[in-house]
Write a protein that binds this ligand. Sequence first.
Ligand SMILES: Cc1cc2nc3c(=O)[nH]c(=O)nc-3n(C[C@H](O)[C@H](O)[C@H](O)COP(=O)(O)O)c2cc1C
Length: 214
Amino acid sequence: MSHHAIRFADLSPREAYKVIIGTVVPRPIAWVTTRSAGGVVNAAPYSFFNCLSADPPILALGVENKPDRGFKDTAWNIRETEEFTVNICDVAMTAQMAATAAPFPPEVDELQAAGLTAIPGVTVSCPRIAEAPVAFECRRHVSIAVSAAREIILGRIEMAHVREDIIDLENYHSDPAKLDAIGRMGGDGYSTTRDLFDWPTPSVAEVVEALTGR
Ligand SMILES: Cc1cc2nc3c(=O)[nH]c(=O)nc-3n(C[C@H](O)[C@H](O)[C@H](O)COP(=O)(O)O)c2cc1C
């Protein structure tokens, strides 16, 4: 089967977005909690998200501006306070996570609107979501205004809160079945992390042996 060669210079931003979100899957979801300078709590999911460095520990968010080029509440709050918390969403919390994506005005506390419990941060002033299995308290490291339409925000992790049944503090191993995280597919699609397999990276000798039979 041959491939379609899609030149990105020929695509509208919407088309480029669709190619990316339909193929870079599943994307982890950062369920981001922030606080405005006035103290209003905000929550919203972001799937242009990943960990980019462990030393220093850095998480990255890609925040699209609103159609009028104004900042989303998450981006505003991070500009003003330099702090955010990335909560990880599990299968059980999908509906509440999706509810916080609705475009509530900045004065609405989306955690309250979704019936969730805010727990005060330890190293940051914004809260985390009590019901979330994991939360990372982050301090803004650097923001990159990639265009008038998008900002990439790197945050340095100050503290992680991991539910006790998930992580073994003897070896820092986390159990993916207990975490039960979801991912984002294209359109309105989601994936679970329930169909897993292990595949250790082979040594060079093992690869050569598998290829040549020697
Ligand atoms: C699963 C999911 C993932 C999303 N990912 C992103 C994203 O990566 N970037 C983005 O700008 N918006 C994303 N959105 C849309 C925002 O959550 C939505 O615009 C929200 O209203 C922003 O809220 P805020 O203004 O409180 O920050 C996503 C929505 C959902 C449901």
